[in-house]
Design a protein around this ligand. Sequence first.
Ligand code: NDP
Length: 252
Amino acid sequence: MSTLTGTVALVTGASSGIGEATARTLAADGAAVALVARRADRLASLAKEIAAAGGTAVAIEADITDRDQARAAVARTVAELGRLDILVNNAGVMLLGPVEHAPIDEWDRMIDLNLTALLSVTEAALPHLLAAAESEPRRVADLVNISSTAGRQVKRGSGVYNLTKHGVGAFSESFRQEFSRRHLRVGVVEPGAVATELRDHLRPEIREVQQQRLSAMQPLQAQDVADAISYIVTRPRHQTINELLLRPTEQD
Ligand code: NDP
């Protein structure tokens, strides 16, 4: 029997990159997985792949920056899979650039997804996570928030992304203190550069600089981060990995 057999995990941003790899990995660990993102075709093919490998997954198309859709995604997870033991708040966007002359809608997009959507999903999931923490098979539940090295290290040209990821770290620690005695664990994962679609959304001149930075090192793969998340949620009940920082070996 796999470690997470009998549990249910919801992964936001499961249509690509870290979220996709995490959903696949948690399914292989034995969890039934709710796949949440906007690109329904990608979610459907991942759900099919997980089912073909003997796992269980439901594809849930949702724009989680819309609070009603975020709540509906959690409600559908519990309605279709019966419970919720693990929430991975992974969906995020990184729109780097100087503050001066910034297209201000980029700031809104980062705040709406990296912070507000994370809070909306967490609020909707909370009663279900607390219920799971009191019940078999594990009597513990997990909230895993994907931050970044940008949640610890501030850089010029990264101000609003830094703001959102520092916010994720601060909220996670406060949440930890509130719920630790009820066996709802909180883990913050802070990856360095990972080869995903994250940089595709940058303005061309900024994307070029970022791609050069990435090609000067051997970046992490999405699976590396998925393995870290799997490690966090498969710890025994008395133990919590509160923070996990992983960088490509060559990254400053
Ligand atoms: P990707 O761009 O591959 O993944 C982002 C995911 O977020 C996609 O699945 C996307 O799906 C989803 N998403 C975007 N907008 C919404 C929305 N409104 N509603 C629901 N889902 C949405 O990038 P990564 O896998 O790299 O990023 C995942 C997380 O990792 C982010 O929080 C990022 O900040 C963090 N991170 C990434 C690093 C890197 O170098 N790649 C380094 C450190 C942290 P869809 O478009 O289908 O909605």
